[in-house]
Design a protein around this ligand. Structure first.
Ligand SMILES: C[S@@+](CC[C@H](N)C(=O)[O-])C[C@H]1O[C@@H](n2cnc3c(N)ncnc32)[C@H](O)[C@@H]1O
Length: 220
């Protein structure tokens, strides 16, 4: 349950007590910790592709635990476009788990309402309805962006669009990271490899049990 996270006393418990449905796993959680360790004490994270808020919640919780003061800006279309196959996957994976899944499947609430419910205890999170192919990063007012996390569109075009939009807004020494660098998402792998090579950035893939990658923006 969401509230369990607040009373958990160590990181394994934080992870295992979190039942919010979504696409973010234990290995990812440890890569996120590694990234947070490298970030400055204050800043802003741009999270692109929020779904019901699972990874956003981990950002918020881990920043708190590490005594770092962060704004988390969540961007998603929040458009309830999930199809039946996707809903079936959710139902089988999280069957009977929490009320938000039921609400989601029955579309009693919009995704945006659900995600705000899930994350309202974290005052530092803001949500913007944002389509990477439509909106420009200038549409979002934010300063001191030291981390961008992309988990939105898993195509060549999507990965490149997110990077081209947001890398320029990232502070030097900031971290651009993303999810699904894996054989299941060959377009993500290929595009991230190209981005790293073209921009002379060192691709970091810290754990075999995580599809998270990251790139540190060097000073020029
Ligand atoms: C894999 S899910 C994100 C999972 C999430 N990070 C989690 O922890 O569960 C991908 C999300 O990207 C969003 N998305 C899809 N197309 C998008 C677009 N063009 N712009 C922004 N977000 C998009 C979807 O609405 C979906 O919520």
């Amino acid at each position: 349950m969401v509230t369990d996270v607040l009373t958990a006393t160590n990181q394994d418990e934080v992870y295992s007590s979190n039942r919010l449905p979504g696409y973010f796993f234990l290995g990812d959680f440890y890569v996120m910790l590694e990234i947070i360790d490298k970030l400055p004490p204050r800043g802003t994270v741009i999270q692109i592709g929020t779904f019901l808020g699972r990874s956003a919640k981990f950002w918020a919780e881990l920043f708190r635990q590490q005594n770092k003061i962060y704004n988390i800006i969540c961007l998603d279309t929040y458009d309830n476009t999930a199809d039946d196959v996707f809903n079936q996957h959710l139902r089988s994976k999280f069957a009977g788990d929490i009320a938000t899944v039921t609400s989601f499947l029955h579309k009693k609430k919009t995704n945006l309402e659900i995600v705000i419910d899930n994350l309202k205890q974290y005052g530092e999170i803001q949500h913007y309805v944002y389509d990477i192919f439509v909106n420009s990063p200038e549409d979002i007012q934010a300063s001191n962006i030291v981390c961008v996390f992309d988990d939105a569109v898993h195509t060549r075009q999507g990965v490149k669009q997110s990077f081209d939009s947001w890398f320029n807004r990232l502070e030097y020494d900031g971290i651009y990271c993303g999810h699904d660098y894996s054989l299941n998402f060959l377009e993500v792998m290929e595009t991230v490899n190209n981005i790293a090579a073209e921009n002379d950035l060192k691709l970091q893939l810290p754990r075999k049990d995580s599809s998270m990658y990251y790139l540190i923006k060097k000073r020029v």
